[in-house]
Design a protein. Structure first.
Length: 112
C-alpha cells in the first residue's frame, strides 16, 4: 500500500495516534475460573457509555473514543486485558469502567 502513494510518510503520519496499555493479565485462582468469569460477564456486565459490546471471543467493548478488551487465555488461568483510547482521559475512563465491572464479579487483584 505504501508503495502506491507518492509520500508514504504523509500517509502514515495521517493515521490517528492512540494511547494503549500493554497486555495485562488478571490472574485467576485456578484453571477454568477465567472462562467462567468471562462467560458470566458476557451475560451480566453493563458498560457505561459503550457503543457496542462484542462477545465473540471474550468481551470487546467499543466506545466512541477507544475500546477495552477482556478475554480468557486458553493456555493459562488468566484474563487477558487490553485498553486503547484517543487520549489519556478516555483511556482512564475506559479502564475505570472495566475496573468497576470486574471488581463486582471477582475478588482477584486487578492489574490496573
Amino acid at each position: 500500500m505504501l508503495s502506491r502513494v507518492d509520500d508514504p510518510s504523509a500517509l502514515l503520519n495521517a493515521l490517528p495516534n492512540a494511547i494503549s496499555t500493554p497486555e495485562l493479565n488478571l490472574k485467576m485462582a485456578k484453571e477454568g475460573d477465567n472462562h467462567a468469569l468471562i462467560a458470566k460477564l458476557q451475560q451480566t456486565a453493563r458498560f457505561d457509555g459503550a457503543e457496542e459490546v462484542n462477545t465473540l471471543d471474550g468481551l470487546r467493548v467499543e466506545y466512541a473514543d477507544g475500546f477495552g478488551l477482556a478475554r480468557a487465555s486458553n493456555t493459562t488461568p488468566v484474563i487477558v486485558l487490553r485498553f486503547e483510547a484517543d487520549n489519556a482521559e478516555a483511556l482512564e475512563r475506559i479502564k475505570s469502567d472495566f475496573r468497576r465491572v470486574l471488581s463486582s464479579a471477582t475478588d482477584a487483584k486487578l492489574p490496573f
